[in-house]
Ligand binder design. Structure first.
Ligand SMILES: [Zn+2]
Length: 146
């Protein structure tokens, strides 16, 4: 967490821009700082502009959207390959299981980033300082008890 304090000026936020920046795993406000501090762990705040990002509540939405997106890519290809080549089941598994896994892992960060960007742009949950869900401080890191 940085020591900067960012005050919401109430200016309109463009959802499309925020989602595009989020899909590039960048801060939805400035587009320069990294949104994530791990593979899928959203940073408490932007390292460049200091915008608080810990208010997001993406929860289970990114995996659901990844399932829909990857399913719409993999299933038509699988059906097409089956109709044209009729390969053995083991070959289907050898091709489409890794493809599904890799696409899912590749899609998760940008989809989660876009969702966090949308939540930020719409001032959902704690992103609205007047919301009862607004928490002034990021949640404490879990302690590593022996
Ligand atoms: Zn930023």
């Amino acid at each position: 967490m940085t020591s900067m304090t960012v005050i919401d000026d109430g200016a309109p936020r463009a959802p499309g821009t925020a989602m595009m920046r989020g899909a590039m795993c960048r801060c939805p406000k400035c587009g320069a700082g990294s949104m994530f501090r791990g593979y899928l762990k959203v940073a408490d705040d932007c390292p460049v502009c200091g915008e608080a990002l810990y208010h997001h509540r993406a929860d289970d939405a990114p995996p659901y959207m990844v399932i829909v997106a990857v399913g719409h890519i993999v299933v038509p290809i699988l059906v097409l390959v089956e109709e044209i080549f009729r390969p053995a089941i083991w070959l289907h598994l050898a091709i489409f299981m890794p493809l599904t896994l890799l696409l899912s892992l590749a899609f998760l960060p940008p989809i989660k980033g876009a969702l966090v960007g949308l939540q930020w742009a719409l001032r959902m949950h704690g992103f609205d300082p007047r919301s009862p869900e607004h928490e002034p401080l990021p949640p404490a890191a879990p302690s590593k008890a022996p």
